[in-house]
Ligand binder design. Structure first.
Ligand code: HEM
Length: 409
């Protein structure tokens, strides 16, 4: 039976997460794995409906069984138009053993040890960004949240200063294309997303050519010099990996920061608590990621008939893991709607369900968020936020704008 539920509609995703929570709570209670009609809110018409997986344990089950729930047929709730799909064909949409080989090559750049070596620079940059924000105030995204992730991922990939504005806008365009505000000048969302992907490929092509001639110490150099069975990586794959890092590296950490500032502005007691006891910072960061759930979902496709929480899933069915729901599962989190920076344990699935595709940038993201909120706690006695403009998207919980006023300590 197909549930004619709001998850397939556009309207549902124009509302902020807090307003979607009641629907997910109902699904967890009465239909934890439910079949939905094809979504009306995708870049290309969906061929078939999808299963929504809403409980924490079931999301982990799907994530940790790649042989049963594969990534190779797409990872978004909706189908992508073929041209966009081709430009995004990175290891995110691969399965073992191919995924394992590529991920091993790339992951050298993201080990906690390597990120730790980068940490001093992250701290210096975060202090500069936060100090400027505290002194001048402004918009949480443009003047604070977008800056550190852009600097970090550009530095790690060797994107020069002169390219960064275009790099950032294109990365943002890929993620934000569903929101009508971004698809400007009469272009539909799919055209806008395609143009953004093409821009990133053009930048990648320039940088790859440069690194082939002058290899350095950055991730792209690692990729252009890597070999699989004596062969270099395919050029199209190199560029798609660049696109993946551009989007994954910018958007999610930016969203965690802007949502974190909003959460602390709305919960001044939690801000006072963090300022009084900075040892709470690591658990505060985990709570920000849980509560914000920057990535709403990822999808898998069933490779064979299977049963999950009483639902009969057929081979070929899209199966969508709603992290946004799993992170508020009342059987795992006490008072899930309470933003509690002391929450411990906090086994949130904000970085994924623990399977082979678990977020490669988790250490990098945590390190940036620690540096930013440490400095903000040192400098900001109070945080006041105006109305947040939320991104319309069924993929990320973004904030587009939110004015912030800080009282410096
Ligand atoms: C708070 C910030 C972040 C959040 C919430 C986040 C979330 C996620 C999620 C949910 C996944 C999918 C996991 C799965 O399917 O099991 C993922 C994968 C990934 N993330 Fe992140 N991410 C963040 C930051 C970053 C950063 C800074 C990077 C750095 C470039 C990054 C790179 C990646 C990559 C490359 C993958 C794909 C891994 C694979 O397919 O093997 N992420 N992330």
């Amino acid at each position: 039976m197909s549930v004619s539920a709001p998850l397939s509609s556009r309207d549902f995703w124009t509302r902020p997460r807090a307003e979607r929570a009641a629907h997910f709570a109902e699904l967890r209670a009465i239909a934890p794995v439910s079949l939905h009609e094809p979504s009306a809110f995708t870049l290309a018409p969906q061929r078939r409906g999808f299963w929504a997986v809403t409980r924490h344990a079931d999301v982990q089950h799907v994530s940790r069984n790649p042989a049963l729930f594969c990534s190779g047929q797409g990872v978004g709730l909706g189908d992508l138009p073929p041209d966009i799909l081709e430009l995004n064909a990175s290891f995110l949409v691969m399965d073992p053993p191919q995924h394992t080989v590529i991920r091993r090559i790339v992951s050298g750049a993201f080990t906690p040890r390597r990120v730790a070596r980068f940490e001093a620079d992250i701290t210096t940059e975060a202090r500069r960004i936060v100090d400027e924000f505290v002194d001048r105030g402004g918009d949480v995204v443009e003047d604070l949240a977008m800056k550190l992730p852009l600097w970090a991922i550009s530095t790690m990939m060797g994107v020069p200063e002169s390219m960064r504005a275009e790099f950032y806008r294109a990365a943002e365009g890929q993620i934000a294309a569903q929101d009508p505000e971004y698809a400007r000048a009469g272009k539909d969302s799919a055209t806008f997303a395609l143009e953004a992907a093409m821009t990133l490929h053009r930048l990648a092509a320039e940088l790859v050519a440069d690194r082939r001639a002058h290899p350095g110490d950055d991730i792209l150099s690692t990729l252009v010099t890597a070999q699989i069975d004596g062969e270099p990586l395919d050029e199209q794959l190199l560029r798609s990996i660049f696109v993946l890092f551009a989007t994954a590296g910018n958007d999610t950490t930016r969203t965690s920061t802007s949502q974190g500032v909003r959460l602390f502005a709305e919960n001044p007691d939690q801000w006072r608590r963090l300022r009084a006891d900075p040892t709470l910072l690591p658990s505060a960061i985990e709570e920000v990621v849980r509560y914000a759930t920057p990535v709403i979902h990822f999808r898998r496709t069933a490779t064979q008939d299977t049963e999950l929480a009483g639902a009969q899933i057929a081979a070929g069915d899209p199966v969508v893991m709603f992290y946004e729901s799993a992170n508020f599962d009342e059987t795992v989190f006490d008072a899930p709607e309470t933003f509690d920076i002391t929450r411990d344990p906090n086994p949130h699935l904000g970085f994924g369900g623990g399977g082979t595709h678990f977020c490669l940038g988790a250490s990098l993201a945590r390190s940036q968020l620690r540096a930013l909120f440490t400095r903000l706690a040192e400098r900001a006695e109070t945080i006041e936020a105006g109305q947040a403009a939320y991104l319309t998207s069924n993929f990320v919980n973004g904030i587009k704008r939110m004015p912030v006023t800080i009282t410096a300590s």
